[in-house]
Design a protein around this ligand. Structure first.
Ligand code: HEM
Length: 408
């Protein structure tokens, strides 16, 4: 394979092709060299993987480790004021997203029963109810309102709090810490303080549940005698964060994308049966959880390149989901597309545990929103919408919307 092009210095981050599209440079690299050598801002050499087949193969191969305690994770973008990481970070108990089998398998297995398709189906009506109640509240407000604050954030948060048994009333304290923790450009000590705040809160919560368990997922885990409080806390942290940050941004950015594609929105309004396909397409098109890291535990061939043992490998799910070798006209949002097979929930052993839950929340959320607000529109020019380019999960910070009528 040719030795060019490669990524010279850090990951291109600019959304220069539009708010929903990958940076132009990332798309160019995918076409030219889907497994590209890259030089991280700290000078370390690694790889960027952007092709659909290559990303899928990589995520299915556990020789690409998810652990952060066996090598430093080289961050692919500049973080002002934050020194480059030169040491591996210790393995936090319970955070199975950054473990490999068999440690990963042991913890994930304890949770699969709680997130089966069947269990999620049973929750469908209840989740639709939660969305409707939130829309009732929004309909009582005088527009313009921020759709993120009034709808996209509360729905997934209410759902995950209820499933886990985390009191919704405590949200103000843990939301501020979550936001700080998820922001890229935050000084390390602030990040550590936010992490400590969150884990202290959750450790007290799971300790109470161990003493007096209730009817929720964390209580079920707390009843087990093969989990430490530290592990319980880590699992709670992972589920609470993964369980709402992502879905919130899919609802917020998804609503923005639909409003910016009025012909697609009209098709969806005219035929609500399109909703399941539309949700898969929005997941593919937006890929809000984009960048993931792996660590090569041996020399591995991928896409005609040899990834050397010890390399940090950066994956772009957004680039993979826009690969023309896999999806026709990949940069077009098409609510009629059969987009299943997208990689937005990852692939392999770490494939999203909450994918089915997220799908149900999005189907109910978008269906309710479009039905109740038939004249929904942006309340500010699209180029003034603040994008979450500074966050690990992409989306919008706020989405000011307005309407002239509501429906029951
Ligand atoms: C893992 C995306 C919603 C819980 C993942 C991964 C992706 C992802 C890409 C793979 C990470 C990796 O390979 O390193 C999303 C998106 C969501 C969503 C786009 C919403 C639209 C949820 C929800 C939950 C959840 C609602 C609630 C429980 C998890 C957990 C993992 C995970 C626990 C780690 C799985 C493991 O390591 O075995 N998610 N997620 N996610 N997700 Fe989601």
């Amino acid at each position: 394979m040719s030795q060019t092009p490669s990524v010279p210095h850090g990951l291109p981050m600019d959304r220069d092709a539009g708010p929903f599209d990958p940076p132009r440079e990332i798309s160019r690299l995918r076409e030219a060299r889907p497994v590209s050598p890259m030089i991280f801002p700290d000078g370390h050499e690694g790889w960027l993987v952007t092709g659909y087949d290559e990303v899928r193969r990589l995520m299915a191969d556990t020789r690409f480790s998810s652990r952060q305690d066996i090598g430093p994770v080289h961050i692919p973008y500049e973080v002002p004021g934050v020194p480059a990481v030169t040491e591996p970070s210790p393995q936090e108990p319970g955070l199975f997203v950054s473990m490999d089998p068999p440690d990963h398998t042991r913890l994930r297995r304890m949770l699969t029963g709680a997130f089966t398709v069947k269990r999620m189906k049973e929750l469908e009506a209840h989740i639709a109810d939660i969305a409707e109640r939130q829309l009732d509240e929004m309909a009582r407000l005088t527009p313009p309102v921020d759709l993120v604050r009034e709808f996209a954030l509360p729905v997934p948060l209410l759902v995950i709090c209820e499933l886990l048994g985390v009191p919704y009333a405590d949200r103000t304290s843990f939301q501020a810490d979550t936001a700080t923790f998820m922001e890229k450009e935050v000084a390390l000590d602030e990040k550590i303080a936010a992490y400590t705040g969150l884990t202290t809160y959750l450790s007290e919560l799971v300790t109470r549940k161990r003493a007096t368990p209730g009817e929720d997922i964390l209580s079920d885990l707390a009843r087990r005698d093969d989990l430490t409080v530290e592990e319980l806390t880590g699992i709670a942290f992972l589920l609470l964060l993964a369980g709402h940050e992502t879905t919130v941004n899919m609802l917020g950015l998804g609503a923005f994308a639909l409003l910016e594609h009025p012909e697609q929105l009209a098709e969806l309004r005219a035929d609500p049966d399109l909703m399941p396909d539309a949700v898969e397409e929005l997941l593919r098109y937006l890929s809000v959880a984009d960048i993931f890291y792996r660590y090569a535990t041996e020399d591995i061939e991928l896409g005609g390149e040899t990834i050397g043992k010890g390399s940090t490998v950066v994956v772009s799910l957004l680039a993979a989901n826009r690969d023309p070798r896999r999806f026709d006209h990949p940069d077009t949002l098409d609510v009629r597309r059969k987009a299943r097979g997208h990689l937005s929930f990852g692939h392999g052993v770490h494939q999203c545990l909450g994918g089915q839950l997220a799908r149900i929340e999005m189907r109910a959320g978008f269906a309710g929103l479009l039905r109740r607000f038939p004249t929904l529109e942006l309340a500010i020019p699209a180029d003034e919408v603040r994008l979450r380019t500074n966050m690990n999960i992409y989306g919008v910070h706020e989405l000011p919307v307005t309407w002239t009528e509501t429906a029951p």
